[in-house]
Ligand binder design. Structure first.
Ligand SMILES: *Cc1c(COP(=O)(O)O)cnc(C)c1O
Length: 430
């Protein structure tokens, strides 16, 4: 059984005495994160250093504007912090310009629209149910309401992006912006292929690398630099920083992007987050980060192979990155009940649509998995085989009778506890 968490909890005496109610909830969440297997592809565990930088007096400071051009006094230190974050982003990704102020990935993408197109203009992105993101022009998003969005899909036979369709649609619709990247793409994104099409139709290519930024930084996925005109990314997924975002460009788009972020879209930047981003980028520049990125990919490949060996269908037949999209159709269960049962068993994942999903988006056929967070805990190939076995046992039990399901969940829960007890949680006790 897992050892109980002790004095390693990150809440301080100030919080425990100042607001015991919130302190207790934070401690409960720390325990939950330590004692479960985080398989959510968009999540990770930040280091103790990132966590500490993100929760500091920097939150007290207003600094609208940019270094040397602020609207408030007292920027002697903040300017240095933001400059550090920018310089590190430029070095890690090899770009000429970095804006580290976007509050998160969605506002970063909105800033790209504001900088480059006008309302009503045609834009193109991967459709949401195929693995795209809401902010790539999906109908329920502001980006789908304010722009004329057209979409591309994956091929039914391969589960991979249909570049014939990308090109035909781009030629027919002449979008001003083309987004590549997404939230459920298990395969390498072919940036040169997108760049060629964008060039042919005179579109600006935006690479949204929110999911894979850590793999790009660690050399485990090709970089979009030199292919995409503008790169957006969150900082909190595989990159393992605090919740935030960055926009990376060449000199050509530096000014319009900066103006779009502030004053176009935002007020004061979240300086405590900027400091956390700087720390995370410092970590991403170290050799160990390359090992982490490579292990994330190795772990996903092993997990995918194990699942296939157990008769699971994976979208595109496998993975090149940190992400696996399981299609549960042949198992006779939906992704939603399975995600719930797994959560009860201590394995945290999310239900997801699969391409051409016959079921409804809120009750889809897929389950999305990622290996970044487990890799950050130091788990490797052996642990992936255990995870595959537990996934198989819970999915199989989910298709059977309720009593057997309950006993499977409770047994797996115990086994998961035993495993998590052996791996420290970064930021909490490691
Ligand atoms: C996560 C994600 C976003 C949005 O990030 P938020 O910080 O949740 O707003 C945008 N694009 C892609 C591809 C993502 O995966």
């Amino acid at each position: 059984m897992a050892p109980a968490m002790t004095a390693s909890d990150t809440t301080s005496d100030a919080l425990r005495t100042g607001d015991p109610q919130v302190a207790e909830l934070i401690t409960a969440e720390e325990r939950r994160q330590a004692q479960t297997l985080k398989l959510i592809a968009s999540e990770n565990y930040v280091s103790a250093a990132v966590l500490e930088a993100s929760g500091t007096v920097l939150t007290n400071k207003y600094s609208e504007g940019y270094t040397g051009r602020r609207y408030y006094e007292g920027q002697q230190v903040i300017d240095q912090i933001e400059t550090l974050a920018i310089d590190r982003a430029k070095a890690v990704f090899g770009v000429e310009h970095a804006n580290v102020q976007p509050y998160s990935g969605s506002p970063a993408n909105l800033a790209v629209y504001l900088a480059t197109v006008d309302p009503g203009d045609t834009v193109m992105g991967m459709s949401l149910p195929m693995g795209g993101h809401l902010t790539h022009g999906w109908s329920v998003s502001a980006t789908g309401k304010w722009f004329r969005a057209v979409h591309y899909d994956v091929r039914k036979d391969t589960g991979r992006i249909d570049f014939d369709q990308v090109r035909e649609t781009a030629l027919a619709e002449r979008p001003k912006l083309i987004f590549c990247g997404g939230t459920a793409i298990p395969r390498t994104i072919d940036f040169p292929a997108f760049a060629e099409i964008a060039k042919e139709v005179g579109a600006i290519l935006v690479a949204d690398i929110a999911h894979i930024a850590g793999l790009v930084a660690g050399g485990a996925h090709p970089s979009p630099v030199g292919h995409a005109d503008i790169i957006t990314t969150t900082t909190h997924k595989t990159l393992r920083g605090p919740r935030g975002a960055m926009i990376l460009t060449g000199e050509e788009y530096a000014k319009p992007i900066d103006k779009a972020v502030f004053p176009g879209l935002q007020g004061g930047p979240h300086n405590h987050t900027t400091a956390g981003i700087a720390v995370a980028l410092g970590e991403a520049a170290r050799p160990e980060f390359r090992d982490y990125a490579q292990q994330v990919v190795t772990n996903a490949a092993v997990l995918a192979d194990e699942l296939k060996g157990r008769g699971f269908d994976l979208v595109s037949g496998g993975t090149d990155n940190h992400l696996i999209l399981m299609d549960l159709t042949s198992k006779g269960v939906g992704g939603k009940p399975v995600a719930k049962h797994l959560d009860n068993a201590g394995l945290e994942a999310n239900y997801n649509t699969v391409p051409f999903d016959p079921r409804k988006p809120f009750d889809p056929s897929g389950l999305r998995l990622g290996t970044a967070a487990l890799t950050s805990r130091g788990m490797a190939e052996g642990e992936m085989r255990e995870v595959a076995r537990w996934l198989d046992e819970v999915v199989t039990a989910a298709a059977g009778d309720a009593d057997a399901l309950e006993s499977t969940i409770s047994r797996v829960r115990g086994e998961v506890s035993e495993l998590t007890g052996r791996f420290p949680t970064p930021g909490l006790d490691g």
